[in-house]
Design a protein around this ligand. Structure first.
Ligand code: IMP
Length: 426
């Protein structure tokens, strides 16, 4: 039996989709447990490139079952579109895809409220959300007025709940003179989506527990990253779910007693989309080089990502909270051309040195990185097939950052293709 949780250790976009795709080779089930279509997992297979927003990355392995757990927020219209697009590429969903009856649904009014809340914020305090309605939907869940996937199984009940909520939100939107929901147009799309999705809506708590107790290999696929976690991230510049390993259990209904292994994914440097503190952000030529070589543009929104040096302070904190057993370090090749590499090993805030990430985001905003540096390897790593084939200086860099965050290296990725990944066993 093996149950693995894989999460992002930074601000998302660490390359989780790719690592999951590699790990799913011999996995029976992949489970998404939090977030929604704010995520964008890119998987390249041969010459084809796919961006998944809601569907677990195991969908490309024919024998793998894929589950959207109860902790995920699901936009039914978007999910239908994503499934249709994948079906056209030859992906089959029959008997290998389930959506939890308990997943909360995202509607257009949530997306509009997301936009309205951003507009209402002080320009200096904007979060820079993906405007996918994530926060307002989790808000409704906590406020106990959300609509769950199971309600799509009874069209009449679904319609009356949707209309009731849409009217409520339209009153609010109107009060702010903001765009309103066109209830009839939206309902038409939702009815079609509900009919399309109905065969896949199941009590996935039973499915996941049955798989675990029968010894099936399960992989939990985290979205976003630890520094966007609503509790442990740079609050309020975070997403609205728990992105850390604990959420794999609450977001799927599987007991923690089944978890055997934890993978944390991090880039060999740092990126962030949206607003919020980022102590090692680069505003110079080096940042621009990383963005260009690393194609650092959001998979969901296309926004240019902010780029910077590896931050060992936040990554170490992240490894601790997640209980990371093994690291998957991605995008090493992006650093190939750089002469010097810097790593942040402490923050200086108001004249005081911090070795751990402060919980107060206002302090984090003032953090000045204290760097240690080493010479770059300045040679191509993208063709390496094992740790030993990497230039010595690249090996040293990897060992150094792994030691700083207190975890072992498990996987290295040196390019976007499936083939540009290898495992490392310490
Ligand atoms: P929301 O999740 O759309 O509410 O956005 C909240 C913050 O999380 C914003 O800064 C987003 O840019 C960021 N965010 C959400 N999803 C992702 C992701 O998948 N990758 C990177 N950043 C994300």
């Amino acid at each position: 039996m093996s149950t693995t949780i894989l999460v992002g250790l930074q601000w998302g976009d660490e390359g989780k989709g790719k690592i999951i795709d590699v790990l799913t080779k011999d996995v029976g089930m992949v489970v998404r447990f939090q977030g929604g279509n704010n995520a964008g997992h890119t998987v390249e297979i041969g010459n084809d490139k796919y961006v998944l927003h809601l569907i677990p990355s195991g969908i490309f392995r024919k024998k793998t079952k894929n589950i959207i757990g109860n902790g995920v927020v699901v936009n039914p219209v978007i999910l239908k579109e994503e499934m249709e697009a994948l079906s056209q590429s030859g992906v089959s969903f029959k008997n290998r895809f389930e959506i939890s009856t308990r997943s909360h649904l995202i509607f257009q009014y949530h997306c509009l409220i997301d936009g309205l809340k951003e507009q209402q914020r002080n320009p200096e305090k904007k979060i820079g959300t993906t405007k996918r309605g994530i926060g307002p939907t989790y808000g409704d869940k906590a406020a106990r007025r959300g609509i769950r996937a199971l309600e799509m199984l009874d069209i009449k009940r679904f319609e009356s709940r949707f209309r009731e909520e849409a009217e409520y939100y339209n009153t609010i939107l109107e009060g702010f003179d903001f765009e309103k929901v066109d209830v009839e147009t939206e309902w038409r799309k939702l009815k079609e989506a509900a009919e399309f999705l109905a065969p896949y809506i199941k009590d996935t708590v039973l499915t996941v527990n049955k798989a675990a107790s029968s010894g099936k290999k399960i992989l939990f696929e985290g979205a976003q990253g630890m520094l966007l976690d609503v509790d442990y991230g740079t609050y309020p510049y975070v997403t609205s779910s728990n992105t850390t390993t604990g959420a794999a259990c609450t977001g799927s209904g599987l007991s923690p007693k089944y978890i055997t292994e934890i993978y944390g994914v991090m880039k060999a440097y740092c990126t962030r989309v949206g607003e919020g503190p980022f102590p090692t952000e680069l505003f110079n030529e080096e940042g621009e080089t990383i963005r260009k070589i690393g194609s650092e543009f959001g998979a969901t929104t296309g926004r240019p990502r902010r780029c910077g040096w590896f931050d060992a302070v936040s990554a170490k904190y992240s490894c601790m909270v997640n209980g990371t057993d093994k690291l998957a370090i991605t995008k090493l090749d992006v650093l190939d051309k750089l002469k010097t590499l810097k790593v942040c090993t402490a923050y200086e805030i108001d004249g005081i040195q911090y070795k751990a990430m402060p919980s107060d985001t206002e302090l984090m905003e003032k953090a000045k990185p204290i760097y240690e540096e080493m010479a770059g390897w300045q040679s191509d790593t993208s063709k390496a097939k094992s740790f030993d084939e990497l230039p010595l200086q690249a090996q040293n860099y990897l060992k150094w950052i792994a030691e700083l965050v207190n975890a072992d290296i498990g996987i290295i990725s040196v390019g976007p293709k499936r083939s540009q990944t290898f495992t490392v066993f310490p």
